[in-house]
Write a protein that binds this ligand. Sequence first.
Ligand SMILES: C[S@@+](CC[C@H](N)C(=O)[O-])C[C@H]1O[C@@H](n2cnc3c(N)ncnc32)[C@H](O)[C@@H]1O
Length: 223
Amino acid sequence: MKTRESGMPEEFVWNGFFDPEEVLRTLGLDASSGNVVDFACGYGTFAIAAARMVPGTVHAIDIDPEMIAATRRKANAAGLTNVTTWLRDLIADGSGLGTGGAGFAMLFNILHAERPHALLEEAHRVLLPGGTLAILHWKHDPTTPRGPSLEIRPRPEQCLAWAEETGFRLLDPGIVVLPPYHYGMTLERTPVDSDVEGRPRVLPKATSAREPRRLAPEFGTQR
Ligand SMILES: C[S@@+](CC[C@H](N)C(=O)[O-])C[C@H]1O[C@@H](n2cnc3c(N)ncnc32)[C@H](O)[C@@H]1O
């Protein structure tokens, strides 16, 4: 089922909200990122930009046939052979991708979903240990020109808490502002095992070399 309030405006309007390459660079994507998964790719705004930046495969997944067609069209027009599109209900059926095959996953403008943990857990599953999760969402600010209603729009601290519960750790530089309307963060998939109920359990901190930076104080009050 389509996530609540996940409809899109016309593509030219959506494109006006981001500089996709700059966003991806800021959130840690580079040529060494490996295979990429764009969860709920929409028009492929970020999947297409990512495909220009990495030699790996970019898996672009969405429930909406129009979004998948738009992404496919753009990849073909740009001659990008490393974009694979998947028409799929991520919440009901997962991504369908293999476990641990991706180096970089994106959850952009989608964590207001009814079940954000389902998306985070699937991102965790497809990522290699030490792989990167990038999160981006609309600022919690009533003046943004789009974005889900404030009642369901997660603040950055909320996204971070959900991600930590799922087995991710915040990396430098912490939560960042992505002007004009978004915030973002980059996290590391920590090595995990499962508890008795099969839920991911984070292993001791010593298993990872990189140290996360905690939330900058100014984000504690961000609206
Ligand atoms: C607000 S758009 C964000 C698109 C893209 N991530 C971006 O930031 O440009 C949300 C997208 O989620 C997709 N979506 C909603 N529910 C979904 C589901 N259950 N499985 C896969 N995609 C879904 C919608 O079709 C839409 O393209």
